[in-house]
Design a protein around this ligand. Structure first.
Ligand SMILES: [Zn+2]
Length: 183
C-alpha cells in the first residue's frame, strides 16, 4: 500500500498527462472543428475515410490551411487530413514553424501526424474523437507530450467528438454493407 502523499502525487502526475477536456476549447476552436467536420463529410462523399483538419490563428480564427483525408484518391500513405493541412500551412506562411497556429482535427492524430505536429512546433492542438486503434495523442501514446522531445503541446480533446465519431461509424457501416453485397 502506497503512502497517501505518494498515491496522491502519482494520481496528479497521471492526470496531468491526460489531454485537456473539451471545456478548454474556445468558441473559435469549436467553429474550426465544425469546419473540419464539413471537410470530413466531403471526404466521405469521395469514398475517403471522413477526417477533416483546419489550421488557423487561434485568436482571430483566420484559416491558413484546410484538408481532408486523400489516401485513397492519391494512393498516398501520408494522405492524412492533418498532415496535408500542416504541409499546406507551412507553404502558406513560408515557414515550417507553426508555433503561432492551431490545428483542429476531427480524429485523434496517429503517430505519423502527431510527429508532424511536434516537428512543425504547432502551438495548439484540438481534436474530436479518440482513435483507440491508432491515436497517438492519448490512446496508444502521448507523443505530443513526450518530455524527451524539444516541442510539446498538450491536446484539447473531445471537441464535437460525437459528430466526428458518428460520421466515421456511418462511413464504415456503409462500406461493410457494400462489401457484403458484393460477395
Ligand atoms: Zn495520421
Amino acid at each position: 500500500m502506497l503512502p497517501r502523499w505518494l498515491a496522491s502525487l502519482l494520481h496528479r502526475a497521471a492526470r496531468a498527462e491526460q489531454p485537456l477536456g473539451p471545456e478548454h476549447a474556445t468558441d473559435i476552436d469549436r467553429a474550426m472543428m465544425a469546419k473540419a467536420i464539413d471537410l470530413a463529410r466531403h471526404a466521405a462523399s469521395m469514398g475517403e475515410v471522413p477526417v477533416g483538419a483546419v489550421i488557423y490563428r487561434p485568436a482571430s480564427g483566420d484559416i491558413v490551411a484546410q484538408a481532408h483525408n486523400l489516401r485513397e484518391s492519391t494512393a498516398d500513405p501520408a494522405g492524412h487530413a492533418e498532415l496535408i493541412a500542416i504541409v499546406n500551412a507551412a507553404k502558406a506562411i513560408d515557414d515550417w514553424r507553426l508555433n503561432d497556429l492551431a490545428l483542429a482535427v476531427t480524429l485523434e492524430p496517429c503517430a505519423m501526424c502527431a510527429g508532424a505536429v511536434v516537428n512543425a512546433r504547432l502551438g495548439r492542438l484540438v481534436f474530436g474523437a479518440r482513435d483507440p486503434k491508432a491515436g497517438f495523442c492519448a490512446s496508444l501514446g502521448r507523443l505530443t507530450q513526450d518530455r524527451r522531445l524539444n516541442h510539446r503541446v498538450r491536446p484539447i480533446e473531445g471537441v464535437l467528438a460525437a459528430e466526428s465519431s458518428q460520421l466515421l461509424r456511418d462511413f464504415f457501416r456503409a462500406r461493410r454493407a457494400r462489401s457484403n453485397n458484393a460477395t
